[in-house]
Design a protein around this ligand. Structure first.
Ligand code: 3HC
Length: 301
C-alpha cells in the first residue's frame, strides 16, 4: 500500500481556528496520533480550547472510555500556537476552521500556503462555500479540498470530502486515508453549494423556524416531532442551537444567493443572531442552556 493510501504520508496537521469545530477537530486528529498544531489569532482562545479538550478527555477517562495514558498522548500531541508561521511549519495537512466567510478563509489559507511546505494539502472545513473558488483564489487549486466535519467532531461518524473542480486525485486519496485513520466514514462529493449535507440539513432547520414563526407548535413539540416521529437524535431547533445560529444563517444566506428562494433565512433567525442569541455557545438560542440541561424558550405568535 502506498503511504498516501494508508494516510501515513501525513504526520503533522495544522488546525486553524479554535471555535467549537476547530477544537473538536484538533481532538480528533490528536486522538488519531497526528501531531496537531492548534492555531488561533487570539492566544486566550487557544488556551480555552486546550482546557476544554482536557476536560472532555478527562470525562472520558472517568467514564472508563479512555485510558489515562491515551489521554496524556492526546494532550501531548497538541502544539498550541498563535504564530501562523510556527503553525504551518513542516505540516502535511492544514484544516482551516475559521468562521464561514469566504474572504476570511481565503486570506488565512493564502497566508498559510506561503508558510507551509509546497506539498501540504490545504483543507477547509467549510459548511457550504465553494472549494473551487477557495482553491483558485489561494493559487493552489490542485491541493485544496473541503474537509467537512460535523458537530461534535469527536462523535460524528461522517467526514464529507468536497472535491473542487481542480482538486487532484492524490489529494483526494490521501484525505480518504486520513479520514479512515480518524475513524470516520468518508463520502466524496463534487463541489456544489451546500454539498450533500448542509443543503439538505438547513432546509429542515429553516422550515422548523418558519413553523415556529407561524405558531404551528412550540419549540419543544417541533423538536419532539422529529425526535420521536422520525428518530432524529435531536430536533431541528435544538440542533440549530448546537451548530450555532450564526453558522446556520451564514449557510442559508449563501445558499439563498446561489440556489434560490427555498433557502431564504427566516426572519426569526436574523433577529436572534442580531440579539446575540447564538445557541449553546452563548447559553441561549431556541433553548436556554442551563446546568440542568436545555430549557425551551417560549415564542409568542
Ligand atoms: N469526545 C469523545 N466523545 C464524546 C465527546 C467528545 N468531545 N462528546 C461527547 N462524547 C460521547 C459521550 O461520551 C457519549 O458516549 P456514550 O454514549 O458512549 O456514553 C456520546 O458521545 C453521546 O454524548 P452524550 O451522552 O453527552 O449526549 P447524547 O447521547 O445526547 O448525544 C449528540 C449527543 C451526539 C450530539 C446527539 O444528540 C446527536 O447525534 N445529535 C445530532 C448531531 C448532529 O446532527 N450534528 C450535525 C450538525 S450539522 C454540522 O455539524 C455541519 C456544520 O457544517 C454546521
Amino acid at each position: 500500500m502506498s503511504s498516501a493510501a494508508s494516510g501515513a504520508s501525513v504526520r503533522r496537521v495544522a488546525v486553524l481556528g479554535t471555535g467549537t469545530m476547530g477544537q473538536g477537530i484538533a481532538q480528533v486528529t490528536a486522538q488519531a496520533g497526528y501531531v496537531t498544531h492548534l492555531f488561533d489569532v487570539d492566544a486566550a482562545r487557544i488556551d480555552r480550547a486546550i482546557e476544554s479538550i482536557k476536560q472532555v478527555t478527562d470525562r472520558l477517562v472517568q467514564k472508563g472510555k479512555m485510558l489515562n495514558e491515551a489521554r496524556s498522548e492526546i494532550i501531548g500531541a497538541l502544539v498550541p500556537t498563535p504564530d501562523l508561521a510556527r503553525a504551518a511549519k513542516d505540516v502535511d495537512l492544514v484544516i482551516e476552521s475559521a468562521p464561514e466567510q469566504m474572504d476570511l478563509k481565503v486570506g488565512l489559507l493564502r497566508e498559510v500556503k506561503s508558510l507551509a511546505p509546497e506539498s501540504a494539502i490545504l483543507g477547509t472545513n467549510t459548511s457550504s462555500l465553494s472549494v473551487t473558488e477557495i482553491g483558485n483564489r489561494i493559487g493552489a487549486a490542485h491541493r485544496t479540498i473541503g474537509l467537512h466535519f460535523f458537530n461534535p467532531p469527536p462523535v460524528m461518524e461522517l467526514l464529507e470530502l468536497v472535491r473542487g473542480l481542480a482538486t487532484d486525485d492524490a489529494t483526494v486519496d490521501t484525505c480518504l486515508a486520513v479520514a479512515k485513520r480518524l475513524g470516520k466514514t468518508p463520502i466524496v462529493v463534487n463541489d456544489a453549494p451546500g454539498f450533500a449535507t448542509s443543503r439538505l440539513g438547513v432546509v429542515i432547520g429553516a422550515e422548523a423556524m418558519r413553523m415556529l414563526e407561524s405558531g404551528v407548535a412550540s419549540v419543544e413539540d417541533i423538536d419532539r416531532a422529529m425526535e420521536l416521529g422520525y428518530r432524529h437524535p435531536m430536533g431541528p431547533l435544538k440542533l440549530t442551537d448546537l451548530v450555532g445560529l450564526d453558522v446556520r444563517l451564514a449557510i442559508l444566506e449563501h445558499l439563498h444567493k446561489e440556489i434560490g428562494e427555498q433557502f431564504r433565512p427566516p426572519a426569526i433567525l436574523r433577529q436572534m443572531v442580531r440579539a446575540g442569541r447564538l445557541g449553546k455557545k452563548t447559553g441561549e438560542g431556541f433553548y436556554r442552556w442551563t446546568e440542568a440541561g436545555p430549557v425551551p424558550t417560549s415564542f409568542k405568535r
